[in-house]
Design a protein around this ligand. Structure first.
Ligand code: XIL
Length: 438
């Protein structure tokens, strides 16, 4: 997945895109047969939300977001009517910044940090009673332009350590987890250790990975520390080799007592082609034996190569969600799954100008649980069913006696929507904190 370039986004662009998007797909008989449910008829708010179902099964469901698209001010005032903001707040137990916590956005110059977008996300999550994952502290992509000319063998260690101290230190005690190192493995680069020839490796050698984890552990001792990678889901020769190389890296780190708690499996899947199977399951079980959790960090389903209209796409995408999450979520060391975005109106697959992201017929991609109009797509039902059948229900918030559990699921409502009277919804900031799941 090389060459992903950041594209500027504004709230206005986003809302325009949503408004011009196609209407929800019509229900077809085979869709009914698959019991995926018509998107327009599925109840998905409050106790029917992904947030409530995940909470009820001891899991976290989350999504990547762009803080610029969230109506944080409306949330703070307790009166947001922005559909995207409400969707994010109501559906997710946990958020991750799609870009805002990467080096590029955080480091406009070598000497300065811009925390405004990342802080905005933290504020939103606090208002909505959501947890946050940090993504990421060290990656070969997403680096600021000045990095190439400024980073040298002499200063790279200091640059990395200071960055991690400053960024992880700023959010110390507030994050669920950090993707400390992202995408450091690439067997095709031909090294015996399977590591990618990244700028960090070139400047510092393989020890940069260990240094990043050690520094993060000191900067934020409460956050779970994860290694995150893509292309390790399938049983194809390439992905089997890469998964093996990731496992070798994890073993090396564990053998050296490096503070690592989880491995992130990005899960950018394709509807057309081989699907994850026994190789990934064995990997998850191996990780468990090593005391590692596995996080599903960036799930989405690309339908490039799949023929058919929107219904066929929705069906295929939902099937991938069903089979994939049915495979991985029942594993006891998989406590969390995030999708890379939440609605099809806002996904890199519809925003990046890259061949691998586009459908051959030019139609919009439909990779996420909610459609362009923020209604539930068939993938929503597949995801919710997979959550429900992954593990037994847990008792509703026993840790918070006297609190109506429905307030945990339904932090706020659209003002004036049926069943609510404007002004009666308590401001989100008065909500109890969400129970901590791992
Ligand atoms: C992507 C974002 O979605 C894009 O907006 C950006 O232009 C490039 O990065 N693996 C990762 C994510 O770990 O950080 C990437 O996010 C997608 C692939």
């Amino acid at each position: 997945m090389a060459g992903r370039n950041a594209i500027p986004r504004t709230r206005r662009n986003f809302l325009k895109a949503s408004a011009s998007s196609v209407a929800a797909a019509a229900l077809t008989p085979w869709l009914k047969a698959a019991q995926l449910g018509p998107s327009s008829q599925v109840n998905f708010t409050g106790p029917d939300s992904l947030r409530a179902h995940a909470l009820g099964h001891g899991l976290l469901y989350g999504a990547a977001v762009d803080p610029a698209l969230l109506d944080v001010e409306g949330m703070a005032a307790g009166n947001t009517a922005d559909p995207y903001t409400l969707l994010v707040a109501n559906q997710a137990n946990i958020l991750v910044a799609e870009n805002a916590m990467k080096w590029g956005p955080l480091r406009p110059t070598p000497a300065t940090f811009d925390f405004a977008p990342a802080d905005r996300l933290m504020r939103f999550a606090a208002l909505a009673g959501q947890r946050v994952r940090g993504h990421n502290l060290c990656w070969h992509e997403g680096l600021p332009d000045w990095f190439k000319t400024t980073a040298t063998r002499d200063n790279a260690r200091l640059l990395l350590v200071e960055h991690i101290q400053t960024v992880a230190g700023r959010y110390r005690g507030q994050l669920h987890s950090w993707d400390v190192v992202n995408e450091a493995v690439e067997p095709k680069d031909g090294r015996p250790d399977g590591l990618r020839n990244s700028p960090w490796l070139g400047l510092m050698g393989p020890d940069y990975i260990e240094l990043a984890f050690q520094t993060a552990a000191i900067a934020d001792p409460a956050a779970k520390l994860a290694y995150n990678d893509y292309g390790i889901e399938l049983d194809t020769p390439d992905q089997t080799a890469k998964r093996g190389a990731v496992m070798m890296l994890l073993r090396r780190l564990k053998a050296r007592n490096v503070p690592i708690h989880a491995v992130g499996v990005q899960s950018h899947l394709m509807a057309n082609g081989p699907q994850p199977g026994v190789g990934l399951l064995n990997f998850i079980r191996e990780a468990r034996k090593m005391g590692l959790d596995v996080y599903i960090t960036e799930l989405d389903v690309n339908t490039r190569g799949l023929e058919g209209g929107p219904e066929a796409q929705d069906y295929a995408v939902a099937q991938v969600y069903r089979k994939y999450l049915g495979l991985v979520l029942p594993e006891p060391n998989v406590p969390i799954a995030l999708t890379w975005g939440i609605t099809n109106a806002h996904t890199p697959l519809n925003e990046l100008n890259m061949e691998w992201a586009k459908r051959e017929d030019g139609a919009r991609q439909r990779p996420l649980p909610f459609d362009d109009n923020m209604g539930a797509a068939p993938a929503f039902t597949a995801l919710r069913n997979a959550i429900d059948s992954s593990r037994p229900s847990v008792a509703a918030p026993a840790s918070a006696p006297g609190i109506d559990p429905s307030t945990l699921y339904q932090p706020f409502r659209v003002q004036g929507s049926p069943g609510t009277s404007p002004g009666t919804t308590p401001p989100p900031s008065k909500l109890p904190p969400p129970p901590r799941v791992r």
